[in-house]
Design a protein around this ligand. Structure first.
Ligand code: FAD
Length: 508
């Protein structure tokens, strides 16, 4: 079997590694000069920063991405540290206590901050526990067979009854149901704005899953090894390029190729079957299977062509909303930021009107850091990412792919200066102590990902958004990655690629 893979992000590499191990002749084509897509570590003047995934689910022992690395035989090459992050609002910071106070310390802290909502907090956390129990059952059901699977389904059905009435609610309704304070609502729901999804667009029952207590205290029991559905969050030691190198290594070791600087400009289809791909220089590469990652509109409309697609797929793709991009400033500094931000990662929120924030972002109106940002210091967990006594710092926000006023190239420095100025409210002295600086705007991300509209996390979790399946209507053509049914996030794109490779190997 000759397999061509378009794109060397974690989806393309993972699928390629499985297929190469199974004996396929695999060639991965990557248009950018380096492999990895957004899973990349970049460096300058002795500092290194990740440009994409920061803190990740799925890499703890027994978890999905870890199992994939074990199956590929490279688990020992990808070392991680289990960590947590902080959340800061203008009024307070939710920082974990030095001594562990159990899984509900945030609930108790919030009760002190919002005494009028004390009962409601208890009620919300009961809902949270119920949803987590349901998720834990669903997780067990994924691998259960026979009677055990039936029993789990029955238990899920019973646990679902009390929340069934909320199934068509949106996140905003859920928060209004539990809380009065807009600040409290933002604590639990703020992350949806990072997904460029308004509370009114996000499914209510998904709220607990995007705001897990374990994100804020790594001492809370997590699911590998327990029945809990609370994920463990990890950083990849030495930066996320380590992951790319390990999985790419499997393809090379099995005789496959990863060819960079080579864009695919056409997927050749004849009589509903894929025949191969045409490279940017006009050469043709024949293939039995083509696995494409990247943008759904770029893959299906530009590479395949609407004339080869059924009408339903065309309208499905045309109706899907995408996320926006990110504006990122990487700094190398010569002082220890931990007195101001003890954790490697903190999300700072400054707005409580999430509906408006998302609307403005989509219209190209960039908030310049005024509505929130995050600060990440990767050299805290991986000292090799900065020279001794120095620290690598990443500051970023979600940002419009295209600005309504001016362009990213003309406003690059101005907007980055403004972002660092906002970050200085939390870590004073950043500008004065900057030894080096590297900026990434949506234009840079577009170049790196070959997307016409850079969508940093793929398809947003907007109700009704249904991204295309891995299996396409064209025989031999498969679609993987953040804009496919797997959705974005490293563990999701890896799991989707694993599933696709299995389907191909089983001849489905
Ligand atoms: C700033 C940022 C922060 C993130 N934070 C997290 C996080 O904390 N945790 C987490 O789990 N996830 C995070 N993500 C999301 C996660 O990184 C992505 O969802 C995932 O890595 C996407 O992998 P992919 O293979 O689908 O796409 P990509 O990594 O974009 O790779 C696709 C590749 O295909 C190539 N390509 C496309 N078209 C062509 C063509 N025609 N010819 C040749 N090559 C082509 C592109 O150049 C690109 O290299 C973050 C992403 C970003 C950008």
């Amino acid at each position: 079997m000759k397999t061509v893979i378009i794109g060397s992000g974690m989806s393309g590499l993972t699928a390629g590694a499985y297929l190469a191990r199974a004996g396929h002749s695999v060639t991965v084509f990557e248009q950018f000069p380096t492999p990895g897509g957004v899973t990349a570590t970049i460096s300058k003047d002795g500092f290194a920063w990740d440009i994409g995934p920061l803190i990740m689910e799925g890499f703890a022992p027994g978890d999905k991405a870890r199992v994939i690395l074990e199956e590929l035989g490279v688990s020992d090459q990808v070392k991680v540290v289990h960590e947590d992050r902080e959340l800061a609002m203008p009024e307070f910071t939710l920082r974990k206590p030095k001594e562990y106070e159990g899984p509900y310390w945030r609930r108790e802290r919030l009760k002190k901050l919002f005494p009028a909502e004390s009962n409601q907090l208890d009620i919300y956390y009961r809902f949270y526990d119920r949803m987590l129990a349901l998720m834990a059952l669903a997780r067990q059901a994924e691998t259960a067979r026979g009677l055990a699977a039936l029993w789990l389904k029955l238990r899920m059905l019973m646990s679902f009854q009390p929340v069934k009435g909320m199934v068509n609610w949106n996140g905003g309704q859920l928060m209004d149901h539990y809380f009065q304070s807009t600040v409290l609502k933002t604590v639990f729901l703020g992350i949806v704005a990072d997904f460029v999804t308004a509370p009114s667009e996000f499914p209510a029952l998904g709220v607990p899953a995007i705001h897990l207590e374990t994100a804020f205290d790594k001492r809370i029991p997590t699911y590998p090894g327990t029945r809990s559905a609370q994920a463990a969050y990890c950083y990849i030691l030495g930066g996320c390029q380590t992951l790319v190198d390990a999985v790419k290594g499997v393809i090379l070791e099995k005789g496959g190729k990863v060819i960079v600087n080579t864009a695919i400009k056409k997927i050749v289809v004849e009589n509903g079957r894929v025949k191969g791909v045409e490279l940017a220089d006009g050469r043709f590469e024949a293939a039995d299977q083509v696995l494409a990652s990247g943008g759904m509109s770029e893959v299906f409309f530009d590479l395949v062509g609407k004339e080869n697609l059924p009408a339903e797929l065309i309208s499905q793709i045309e109706s899907i909303r995408l996320m926006e991009s990110v504006h990122m400033v990487q700094l190398g500094i010569d002082f220890d930021p931990t007195p101001y931000q003890p954790s490697a990662l903190c999300y700072y929120y400054y707005t409580y009107d999430l509906e408006l924030a998302v609307k403005r972002l989509r219209s190209g109106d960039y908030h310049e850091g005024k509505e929130g940002l995050l600060i990440y210091v990767p050299s805290l967990h991986s000292p090799s990412m900065a020279p001794s006594g120095h620290y690598a710092v990443t500051i970023y926000t979600v940002a419009p792919d295209t600005l309504a006023v001016g362009s990213w190239s003309s406003r690059r420095e101005e907007l980055s200066d403004k972002l660092v100025a906002v970050a200085e409210r939390h870590i004073p002295g950043l500008r004065q102590h900057t030894k080096t600086r590297l900026i990434l705007t949506p234009e840079d991300f577009r170049l790196r990902t070959h997307l016409k509209h850079h969508s940093f996390g793929g398809v947003p979790p907007v109700m009704g958004n249904k991204p295309p399946s891995h299996k396409t209507p064209i025989q031999g053509l498969w679609f993987v990655g953040a804009q496919s049914e797997s959705g974005g996030g490293v563990v999701n794109v890896m799991t989707g690629a694993q599933k696709t490779a299995r389907q191909i190997l089983q001849g489905q």
